[in-house]
Design a protein around this ligand. Structure first.
Ligand code: SAM
Length: 286
């Protein structure tokens, strides 16, 4: 579709996720030259602008006003104004507001142009050491333990790397819930405070991650990206979760392998073959 000459452009501008130097020269030039910056939190973007000596007009566009604010911004673009959309950190729309504005802009035949830069999930994945050729981003995890566990159940056999965002309030509970569903040896990467002073990237297993959070309370602070390795085809239906392993161990102390497996099938709903293989392994190891 031909773009009407008089329309302004909408730029979707990525901003840093911690280190204020992580922004491109093109992004800085645009933040200075557009007619208006639509920001998730105007106070937040001001810090970045001050750091880079940028002065420009700001308007707020956040999840609570974006339906209405987007219509106003489209009108301004129809009058020829160019607008930069920014969120508090990283790439707009990635677990951040902006979708209504961009949809309206496309519907109105306006030019929408990305100005790429930082994104926490991509930064974490690039340094994770886990396969990155195929992956799935799932945004923020559900907030309650039961819905999280059911989400993890659905992910158990996912064959490729998957990524979630998590806050400091829930990180420990989330990792604990994972131990109830996933085999303890499943590789996981915890990427914390990326590009900031206390940046920590730990490539470990789910069972070791639990210990880590129990031992080092400093690890509970900050912002987190969690990356989980996909299930290997040969592991499918072979490994059991840490909680199920604990149950099986307890049963094996009291009964024969056959009885322990029968009781565990009743209690967990897992396949007899899976539990039998796990019981054999446990019986072999002290
Ligand atoms: N739009 C952002 C992006 O492009 O990554 C994400 C915004 S979302 C509201 C914020 C979440 O991203 C945080 O709760 C955390 O899970 C993740 N995140 C943002 N900055 C981070 C950082 N420096 N280190 C680790 N995780 C970060």
């Amino acid at each position: 579709m031909a773009m009407p000459e008089q329309n302004g452009k909408l730029y979707v501008v990525a901003t840093p996720i911690g280190n204020l130097s992580d922004i491109s020269q093109r992004a800085l030039d645009l933040l200075q030259s557009v007619d208006l910056i639509a920001a998730e939190d105007t106070r937040h973007i001001r810090q970045l602008m001050q750091r880079h000596g940028i002065t420009n007009k700001l308007t707020s566009l956040h999840q609570h006003n974006e339906a209405e604010a987007s219509k106003v911004l489209i009108k301004k673009m129809q009058q020829g104004l160019s607008i930069a959309l920014v969120s508090d950190a990283g790439t707009p729309l990635i677990s951040d507001p902006g979708l209504p504005l961009i949809k309206l802009a496309h519907e109105a035949g306006m030019m929408v142009s990305p100005v790429p830069g930082a994104c926490a999930l991509i930064a974490a994945l690039s340094a994770s050491g886990l396969p990155a050729s195929r992956f799935m981003f799932e945004g923020f995890l559900p907030r309650t333990s039961s819905t999280r566990k059911s989400f993890f159940h659905d992910k158990l056999d996912c064959p490729y790397t998957w990524i979630v965002y998590e806050s400091s309030h829930r990180i420990q509970a989330t990792i604990h819930d994972m131990t109830e569903i996933f085999p303890g040896q499943r590789p996981i990467v915890i990427a914390r405070e990326l590009t900031k002073m206390y940046e920590t990237i730990i490539n470990t297993t789910i069972s070791q991650a639990t210990e880590l959070f129990e031992q080092d309370k400093n690890m509970l602070r900050g912002e987190f990206v969690i990356i989980v390795a996909g299930a290997k085809a040969e592991d499918k239906n072979k490994d059991i979760s840490i909680e199920h392993e604990k149950l099986l161990r307890t049963l094996l102390k009291e009964c024969s392998i056959k009885s322990a497996v029968a009781i565990a099938v009743e209690l967990t709903g897992l396949k007899k073959r899976t539990l039998y293989q796990a019981a054999l392994k446990l019986a072999d190891s002290p």
